[in-house]
Write a protein that binds this ligand. Structure first.
Ligand code: SAH
Length: 248
């Protein structure tokens, strides 16, 4: 079981697989006022940077589940590097339908809401692991500017304009699902650059190291087209944020 190979290549050097920066991840951890010993569940935990740094900075206890074998391995190494391996556990697996044995204080899915078929389904899934009074975290894109045509949404690698909402509408949608939005930390274009542009050097290095690989054609095509595609579409039109929610 694993995610498509292209992501394990392009994001192999990422600690954070999203446009949020280390500084903003720290801001979010502080904003949530985490208590030592708080339990945090992270579906689609990637390379574990959120749980590992929050374990170090706030003394949380965390469990992460991720379908990438590579990212999960990197998360374990990171927990050792930060001296928090006894506080955080990383499971390689499919997070679809995952509910924790013990109720958690914070249940999150940061940039992987397809795991439960979108934002609403993911909130519903996370709520099944959450203690009364706990916080749900959702990391999700939104439109900074509404694309004037469907081909612009496609340029942002969305299926259609309807995949995402404008920020006020996304916030309103949480209300319609019965949740208060109690905090948010938004990414900016510099954060997008860290997420997207970091893939380009990784791809170039991978190509130089793997000249004979059949898969090199795919990676080469992406490296050639990605900078212009990203600057034309994603960087202009797509926002991203992490939203903290509590049931009303
Ligand atoms: N939350 C992390 C990773 C976000 S990228 C961060 O912010 O850094 C999305 C992650 O979802 C990837 O790590 C990918 O491997 C993982 N993923 C995709 N489908 C999944 C599934 N069905 N179950 C668990 N993880 C999944």
């Amino acid at each position: 079981m694993d995610i498509p190979r292209i992501f394990n290549i392009t994001e192999s050097a990422h600690r954070i697989h999203n446009p949020i920066t280390p500084e903003k991840l720290a801001t979010l951890g502080a904003a949530l006022r985490l208590e030592p010993g708080a339990r945090v569940l992270d579906l689609g935990s990637g390379s574990g940077e959120m749980l590992c740094t929050w374990a170090r900075d706030h003394g949380i206890i965390g469990t992460g589940i991720d379908m990438s074998r590579l990212f999960t391995e990197q998360a374990k190494l990171r927990s050792e590097e930060l001296g928090v391996a006894d506080q955080v556990k990383f499971i390689h697996g499919d997070a679809t339908g995952y509910v924790s044995d013990e109720e958690v204080d914070v249940a999150g899915c940061v940039g992987a809401t397809w795991i439960a078929g979108g934002v609403a389904g993911t909130i519903e899934l996370l709520a099944r692991s959450l203690r009364a009074g706990g916080i749900i975290l959702i990391g999700e894109p939104f439109w900074r500017k509404l694309p004037p045509a469907e081909d612009i949404a496609k340029g942002c690698l969305a299926n259609s304009i309807s995949d995402f909402r404008l920020l006020p509408e996304l916030l309103a949608s949480f209300g319609h699902l019965g949740y208060d939005v109690v905090e948010m930390v938004l990414a900016d274009q510099d954060g997008w650059d860290r997420y997207e542009a970091a893939k380009w050097l990784t791809m170039r290095r991978w190509l130089d190291a793997n000249p004979g690989e059949e898969f090199a054609k795919d990676v080469r095509a992406q490296l050639t087209s990605e900078p212009v595609r990203y600057a034309t579409f994603t960087r202009e039109y797509l926002g991203w944020g992490v939203f903290a929610l509590m049931p009303r």
